[in-house]
Write a protein that binds this ligand. Sequence first.
Ligand SMILES: *Cc1c(COP(=O)(O)O)cnc(C)c1O
Length: 372
Amino acid sequence: MAGPTDLDKRLLALLHHRDAGLAKGEAVALPITATSTYATPGSPQAEYTYTREGNPTWSAVEDQLSILEGAPCVAFPSGMAAIAAVLYTQLKPGDTCVMASDGYFAARALMDEFIVPLGVKVIYQPTAGVEAADFAGAALVWIETPSNPGLDVCDIAAVAGRAHAAGARLALDNTTATPLLQSAFDLGVDIVAMADTKAMNGHGDVLFGHVASPDPGVIETVKRWRKLSGNIPGPHEAGLVHRGLETLDVRLERMCTNAGVVAERLAAHAQVSNVRYPGLASDPAHALAAKQMARFGFLIGFELASEQAADAFLAACGGIVTATSFGSVHTSAERRARWGDDVAPGFVRLSVGCEPVEALWAEIEAALETLA
Ligand SMILES: *Cc1c(COP(=O)(O)O)cnc(C)c1O
């Protein structure tokens, strides 16, 4: 009988991370410490003094995140706050950053509108093939894999090797995969910045994010930036994420299994073209994804004949809520061209949730039949 894997042990540790610190009679569920300040008679040296600097509810969620990442973590009020923390602390005037051209649009907008005017140069490269890009002179390489919304994949270990040879640090936005499906630091990543708004929290009721890094200097600077910029998470949000993370493993297992079934059936359906799912053997990203991901995720991209067909499908489908964002227990989807993404007008990004898959597919199939 094979014993527990390292990941199994970490998931157990995540669920029991507070046990050892509990005094007799103390609440087992994480208390939400809603306070701006802490009693500090005499000398002000204490674990907590003022919530812009630290709060026990963030500490608890950071402990969970660190167990998942296998590296120290700093919590932020959104994914973009985490991304901003890395861009503002790791780039200085004169630096060059190589960044995914097909990654999260707000990260690129932050770069173009606020970081570049400070004297940073950015070179955009598509995710597919970034392993072969020129990193000479770069201080930071920023990747997102699988990319959102195109679901292209790059070889993280290969990018890390080439980035490090060029003297650059490698940052990964791991939002679409999560640390459970893709172990960034084992693949040579230096810094993770990602949204916990999506699958990590998983219930669509909070925005949250974190930065992780095995480099103590990066963590210290990012923490200092959080304190001085005031870009801090609220304790109530941290409490929700703490609860969400307790079921991450079971939610992802169901979501990824469901997505595999739905992707196969979409790919075989007459109304559907250009299905992208890294788990499909025919997908251009399949070989790389199989090499570096534990499972293939819960996001599927596909095309319907036109904007009208995609809108009619979404309106007709009882198992899909039309909304932006992804990673929730509820299956959701949207037509990405409505945001100006560089995709076909009938391109739908589908985030598969935790519904029983046959019930979900019955709704999807019935909605597709209305297009015939
Ligand atoms: C949603 C998302 C973000 C930003 O997260 P917010 O919590 O909305 O700020 C960053 N990167 C990716 C890939 C995302 O999908």
